[in-house]
Design a protein around this ligand. Structure first.
Ligand SMILES: [Zn+2]
Length: 134
């Protein structure tokens, strides 16, 4: 067993190995295979195998610079997507807790907590007062 491990270590020397993109590729292919159990569609299996093949190709690749670059690109994309979702979640949370009113004079956005009845709102920008339901 240790000989096999040693051989594998020697094989992997100078190769790229697993990274975040790899883990996501494996995850996606597992999901596709799992979905393939319920939906009879050979394309799901083919896609899963393609993703796995890409993952193994990247793991055993000796072009480390290029693989690293790919992973960086992927992480940037992932970051952008998660940021969009975070922003949505924040907006929904804000909508539940606050009313956003626009000042009738200068249309400045003003955030008012919900559920306080009728309130007099003071615009900090142009000092106009107006009454709204919160
Ligand atoms: Zn105003």
């Amino acid at each position: 067993m240790s000989r096999f491990r040693e051989r594998f270590a020697r094989f992997m020397a100078g190769r790229y190995g697993a990274d975040k993109l790899c883990r996501y590729l494996i995850g996606i292919s597992l999901v596709l295979m799992f979905a393939g159990v319920f939906v009879w569609n050979t394309w799901l299996d083919v896609l899963a195998i393609i993703f796995l093949a890409i993952c193994y190709f990247r793991m055993f690749s000796k072009n480390i610079g290029k693989r690293f670059e790919e992973n960086q690109k992927f992480e940037r994309l992932l970051f952008r997507i998660t940021e969009v979702f975070k922003k949505w979640r924040y907006k929904i949370q804000q909508m539940r807790q606050y009313h956003i009113y626009h000042c009738p004079n200068c249309s400045q956005k003003i955030r008012i907590p919900r559920g306080k009845g009728k309130v007099s709102i003071h615009c900090p920008k142009c000092n106009t007062d107006f009454i709204k339901k919160s």
